[in-house]
Design a protein around this ligand. Structure first.
Ligand code: SAM
Length: 270
């Protein structure tokens, strides 16, 4: 049937392509993709030859209009390099425009690194907040983490190996006391999911520089035990420049611990 088919593809292990994804990619008349070389390899593996059209949400309004024209009369697939399209990948504008144009849109679920990392991490999975990539610049990165500090859910970030140390350092500073999982090279030969405090993970990856693709999962505020010594340390640091009530509020923001209990402890320490 004509329309837009959003098709999830594997995030490393080609065995994770679904039966429906295979049948759909085999049946569409063209595939919108990020990179024709990457998608070409997948199609080769599946034994299909298909027309591929490069698509990118930001650069390409003309291509979008062209694709919308095709979808009105033909089945068109949208894929990304790996995983689920639109999840930190192009497609949002295309899907929005297709819906507005009354074109049939459906999505074929499959692999996504964020979901796999949440399931592997051992951190609370009842509620999680997907925050995509952290900004590159230190100030902006800290601001984003501070804005997320009170979200009552596990936090999920996409990362890359060269940026991991900076991301962990920012988490150590802005969200101390949280348990963190580093999920790396998921579904690939060197898959790893390592959990610990930000400080432990910083030390580990300084000694073993990571490679490959990474998802960070940060435990929710208050649900991961923060050692009392750590709470005392944070309170003492805050008390150096703040009144006890302000110090309690600041440490509550950082750790998710109970503000009244922190205030009582701040008075004792003072
Ligand atoms: N749309 C994709 C999805 O559904 O997972 C995500 C694409 S985003 C541009 C790329 C980021 O996803 C990587 O930097 C990494 O954070 C994460 N990622 C993708 N594949 C991964 C893998 N095999 N292991 C760990 N992280 C992965």
């Amino acid at each position: 049937m004509p329309g837009l088919y959003i098709v999830a593809t594997p995030i490393g292990n080609l065995g994770d392509i679904t039966l429906r994804a295979t049948a759909t990619l085999g049946g569409v008349s063209a595939i919108a993709c990020e990179d024709t070389r990457v998608t070409g390899k997948l199609l080769n593996h599946l034994g299909f030859k298909k027309r591929m059209i490069r698509y990118n949400d930001h650069a390409d309004a003309t291509t979008r209009d062209y694709l919308l024209g095709l979808m009105a009369s033909e089945p068109i697939a949208l894929v990304c390099d790996a995983g689920t399209p639109l999840i930190s990948d192009p497609g949002y504008r295309l899907v929005r425009a297709a819906r507005e144009a009354g074109i049939a849109v459906t999505s074929l679920p499959g692999a996504s690194a964020a979901i796999m990392a949440v399931t592997l991490s051992g951190l609370p999975s009842d509620r999680f907040f997907f925050a995509g990539f952290l900004p590159n610049k230190a100030k902006a990165r800290g601001d984003v983490l501070a804005a997320l500090a009170t979200v009552p859910a596990s936090l999920v970030f996409y990362e890359t190996a060269p940026r991991l140390a900076d991301a962990l350092a920012a988490i150590a500073e802005v969200l101390p006391g949280r348990e963190v999982a580093v999920a790396r090279e998921l579904t690939k030969m060197f898959e790893e999911c390592r959990t610990g405090s930000p400080a432990e993970l910083i030390a580990h990856y300084a000694a073993h520089p990571p490679r490959g693709e990474i998802v960070l999962v940060v435990g929710p505020p208050g649900e991961t035990p923060v050692e009392e010594a750590n709470i005392d340390g944070l309170l003492q640091a805050a008390l150096a420049s703040l009144k006890p009530s302000q110090a309690a509020a600041e440490v509550a923001r950082q750790t998710g611990a109970d503000r009244k209990a922190l205030y009582a402890r701040a008075l004792e320490l003072k």
